[in-house]
Design a protein around this ligand. Structure first.
Ligand code: 2RA
Length: 341
């Protein structure tokens, strides 16, 4: 039967993208329910339709525990606190919660799934499947075909993360601050709310909160989530996560160390053949992935594939993906597709 889908957090940046992706993948829903906080109840959202749901407007309903009655799949992007509050109601209603927050990602009874990497893990869900952090998703999509050539022992990654990773208001702040800055406003006159510092014409090596070891939680997520998704606790990951003044699409410089030799040619061929990956790698013609040009796309783009001679068996790559699509909404809807298949 065609599922009833609830989109929880429908008015946020990822929520809006859930609706676009449901349409783009023509998800075979018989009903799509838009849920959000009481503040947004009654708001109309344009929806292009999917499955048996015609194009038109969805009226946002206040999310309450009873909102999930009759729902089969609940796509959540409301923050960890709300996901925790609603988990019981969602699973009691018999729905599967696909959660984009960090609430359950590392729980032993919750699979953390990237369909190109560990689709089989959905088999052991008990009502909740977690969507990984955006920066982890695009990295593991690129690592998986390489891991299949030779075991990966260590990864060093530096991220270049778009403002929209912090939500729609952060994206607006980048626009507004850039304008204010160009208008000649001094630093202390700029509106700085979404980040700890000015993001216009700046890079901020601080995403999520600092932990006791002086790394950030975003960096920690890349370490622990990579091991869980790849199913290999032995992969060591060193991450530095940086916010850059890009609107949408995260970039990642990734150095990979293998247990055995992997040639650049073999890596390029494996990546080119991998699902969800597009190789853009022709340096003679200045071809490589760039965040500013890839917004709205579905794939993970890989380029600048080259040897890393500082280790015995090493490769370096540059990876770009639209973190609102593959890093959030698209990955979640692909998990929902897996559930139906
Ligand atoms: C960020 N990782 O880019 C977040 C989004 N999930 O801030």
């Amino acid at each position: 039967a065609n599922p009833v889908v609830a989109v929880a957090g429908a008015t946020g940046a990822v929520g809006a993208e859930f609706l676009r992706v449901l349409h783009d993948l023509d998800f075979p829903a018989r009903e799509v329910r838009a849920l959000a906080s009481a503040r947004s109840a009654g708001k109309k959202l344009a929806f292009d339709g999917c499955g048996h749901v015609p194009a038109g407007e969805l009226t946002v309903q206040e999310m309450r525990p009873e909102s999930f009655e009759g729902v089969d799949i609940a796509l959540f992007s409301c923050g960890a606190g709300v996901s925790k509050q609603m988990r019981e109601a969602v699973t009691a209603a018999g729905a599967v919660m696909i959660d984009n927050s960090s609430a359950f990602r590392m729980d032993a009874d919750v699979p953390l799934v990237v369909p190109e990497v560990n689709p089989g893990d959905i088999a052991w869900h008990s009502g909740v499947i977690a969507n990984p952090n955006c920066s982890t998703i695009q990295m593991v999509v690129a690592l998986k075909p390489l891991y299949d050539l030779a075991r990966i022992t260590r990864v060093v990654v530096s991220t270049y993360q778009a403002a929209s990773g912090a939500g729609a208001p952060a994206m607006a702040e980048l626009y507004d601050q850039t304008r204010e800055f160009l208008d000649g406003k001094a630093d202390d006159e700029l509106t700085v709310e979404a980040f700890q510092h000015r993001i216009a014409f700046n890079c901020i090596p601080h995403i999520d909160k600092f932990l006791d070891d002086d790394s950030t939680k975003e960096e920690w997520k890349m370490v622990v989530e990579t091991k869980k998704i790849m199913g290999d606790e032995g992969i060591r990951v060193a991450a530095t996560c940086v916010r850059v003044p890009v609107l949408r699409c995260h970039g990642e410089a990734v150095n990979v160390e293998f247990a055995d030799e992997v040639s650049v040619e073999a890596a390029r061929a494996a990546l080119a053949a991998a699902p969800g990956v597009t190789v853009l790698d022709d340096v003679a013609n200045n071809v490589y992935p760039m965040p500013g040009l890839l917004a709205g796309t579905n794939d993970t783009y890989v380029g600048r594939i080259r040897r890393d001679d500082t280790v015995e068996h090493g490769l370096a790559l540059w990876v770009v993906a639209d973190q609102i699509r593959k890093g959030a909404a698209l990955n979640a809807v692909q998990i929902a597709q897996l559930l139906l298949s």
